[in-house]
Write a protein that binds this ligand. Structure first.
Ligand code: FAD
Ligand code: SF4
Ligand code: SF4
Length: 452
């Protein structure tokens, strides 16, 4: 990616959208909207001082909404260009409120609230669609209860948990435990606020709230509105503190997830959704199980799948290494159901096809290897480009010309065309670039011949 950023023949138009495409092969005119970042790309040094001071928290899409970022943000650490962007939906200043803290903080003078979208036009010979994929929505499979059981997560969410820059700093904290921790933080804020209100009463009447409350209940105070408020406030405070202490005691028992279940083919190889294999999920589950074991050697993972498709050089060896050295076991069979167990521990019910028995096992966390689904924006993009999609809404190609779309001069690579892993996507990108160059040079030489 860094190479792309500094390649003299590549102009990178990040945070931009194609709006219109006219013309034909070797002679396309493309209209692109360069969206306003409200930060000058050429001035921003990416130091992050603005984000540190920004008071507005926003769900972090890069972390699958599992953590928060600021209204001024860098989408992810290694992004090119390394510039910040203001999220116009959430920024206080851009929504008519008073703020502008980032502008005052930025030493590079990069903040520009007056920036507007810019429309630019490009004349190009060929177009390559590399719009990728989306993760299949597992809530479409009700028996896996993705939305109901918090410790059932998707593989992409799990990867964010494993990441040192993710919402848990790389610790496998269970989502149910994180929810309790978040409740504790919220209750602590409320307890502090109500304590401040009680302090005022205590100062005014020179009496501790506890002592006052006992006397109030014993009927020692006359029917005064202020005393009633104090008593209500104290009763509310006691209730908050009691819940807080209960949750804190519960949190002392929390431990990182150590028994992991990976469920393969969630939406893939399933006639209700995508009947074909997504190609990469067997390997990413093995990778994730191995990394989880590197984080904590007590971690044991079970990968449930109809078969493990370790297709590629060294992949089978990687799978075997997972089993021998990283506490990974492979269970052949399709998982029928996931149900909620005690202490938010999901229970996986499956057929053990070796033993020919239906079994159920409890885990700390279940990870769903979701299918590669077409990217949601592909319909709009296909309309703009005039290209056809296949019946699963991936870009239509033919087996003879796997990177050619239905429109000459427009090519496709990677998961926009069909599911594939990174090495295959990169190889296909080279192939698409080769086809595009071939087409452009052919057209140029035909033009030159015609002139001669
Ligand atoms: C949990 C998980 C783990 C994985 N782990 C591995 C692994 O370890 N190794 C491996 O080889 N593969 C792995 N994969 C598969 C890998 O993610 C894909 O093979 C790879 O991302 C495909 O690359 P791509 O460029 O085709 O698509 P993407 O990576 O999806 O990139 C497409 C890009 O296009 C952008 N885009 C979309 N629409 C538009 C538009 N209209 N205009 C402008 N930009 C647009 C998107 O924002 C995105 O940045 C994993 C997949 C998952 C789900
Ligand atoms: S103006 Fe305020 S809310 Fe908006 S990005 Fe800057 S610091 Fe954040
Ligand atoms: S790669 Fe594995 S998990 Fe993914 S669809 Fe194919 S068989 Fe299923």
């Amino acid at each position: 990616m860094l190479d792309v950023g500094r390649h003299p023949n590549i102009e990178l138009l990040a945070y931009s959208e194609v709006e219109k495409v006219e013309g034909q092969a070797a002679d396309f005119r493309v209209t692109v909207r360069r969206k306003a970042r409200y930060v000058e790309e050429d001035k921003c040094t990416g130091c992050g001082a603005c984000a540190e001071k920004c008071p507005t928290d926003v769900p972090d899409a890069f972390n699958e909404g599992l953590g928060t970022r600021k209204a001024i943000y860098n989408y992810f650490a290694q992004g090119i260009p390394s510039t910040h962007t203001i999220d116009a939906d959430y920024c206080r200043q851009l929504n008519g409120k008073k703020c502008g803290i980032c502008e005052k903080t930025c030493q590079a003078d990069a903040i520009n609230f007056d920036q507007e979208d810019r429309i630019i036009q490009l004349d190009v010979g060929a177009i390559i669609v590399a719009a990728g994929y989306d993760v299949f929505d597992p809530s479409l499979i009700p028996e896996y209860r993705y939305k109901e059981i918090s410790n059932v997560v998707t593989a992409i969410e799990f990867e964010r948990f494993l990441s040192a820059s993710g919402p848990t700093g790389g610790h496998l904290d269970r989502p149910s435990d994180r929810a309790v921790q978040a409740e504790i933080v919220e209750l602590e804020k409320r307890a502090n606020k109500s304590q401040r209100a009680l302090d005022k009463f205590e100062k005014k009447y020179e009496e501790g709230s506890g002592e006052f409350y006992e006397n109030y209940k014993a009927g020692q105070y006359k029917d005064d509105e202020d005393y009633k408020k104090w008593a209500d406030k104290y009763a509310g405070h006691l209730a908050i503190v009691e819940t807080l202490n209960t949750l804190k005691r519960k949190a002392e028992t929390f431990a990182v997830a150590k028994r992991l279940a990976f469920i393969q083919c969630v939406g893939s190889r399933d006639f209700r959704f995508y009947p074909f294999c997504s190609g990469y999920c067997c390997m990413h589950s093995i990778k994730e199980a191995i990394i989880a074991h590197e984080h904590d050697p007590e971690t044991k993972s079970t990968i449930f799948g109809m078969d493990i498709r370790a297709v590629g050089k060294g992949f089978e060896e990687y799978k075997v290494r997972g089993g021998n050295k990283s506490g990974v076991s492979y269970m052949r069979g399709r998982v029928a159901e996931i149900t909620g167990g005690p202490d938010n521990k999901p229970i996986v019910t499956y057929e053990n096809t070796h033993e020919r028995k239906v079994e159920s096992r409890e885990f700390d966390m279940v990870i769903l290897a979701t299918a590669c689904a077409p990217t949601k924006g592909i319909f709009e993009l296909a309309k703009i480009l005039g290209i056809e999609l296949n019946k699963y809404n991936f870009v239509k190609t033919s087996p003879q010309s796997p990177v050619d779309t239905s429109v000459p001069g427009i090519f496709v690579c990677g998961c926009a065309g069909s599911p594939m892993d990174v090495p295959e996507s990169v190889a296909q990108a080279s192939s698409a670039a080769g086809r595009a160059a071939e087409m452009v040079f052919q057209s140029q030489s035909e033009k030159e011949k015609a002139v001669a």
